[in-house]
Design a protein around this ligand. Structure first.
Ligand code: SF4
Ligand code: SF4
Length: 87
């Protein structure tokens, strides 16, 4: 059976269109237009530089529909942040 390959995946609702991912992509594979972001999959080499550059964990790599990457420690969980403010 063939091994399912990684698929780059964007969670658009989490994106604030800061452009950090665009700046680090060595293949010019990310298109950012005002309030839209897209990956040009034919150019993407799966290097994941965009993943580590994104402050909000917007870019994921999926295998069989499941994100294979851990959440970054510095990404802010808004629910936890609100809870800590209300203490
Ligand atoms: S994984 Fe690498 S090549 Fe692909 S979009 Fe991200 S930075 Fe660009
Ligand atoms: S770095 Fe993350 S938040 Fe910024 S534009 Fe890219 S995907 Fe969106």
């Amino acid at each position: 059976m063939a091994t399912p390959h990684l698929m780059i995946h964007i969670v658009p609702d989490k994106c604030d269109f800061c452009g950090c991912c665009v700046g680090v992509c060595p293949e010019d594979a990310i298109e950012l237009k005002e309030s839209e972001i897209a990956i040009i999959e034919e150019r993407c080499t799966n290097c994941k530089k965009c993943v580590w550059a994104c402050p909000w964990d917007v870019i994921e790599f999926h295998r069989d529909g499941i994100n294979t990457l851990p959440k970054k420690l510095f990404a802010i969980d808004e629910n936890q942040f609100s809870k800590s403010l209300s203490k």
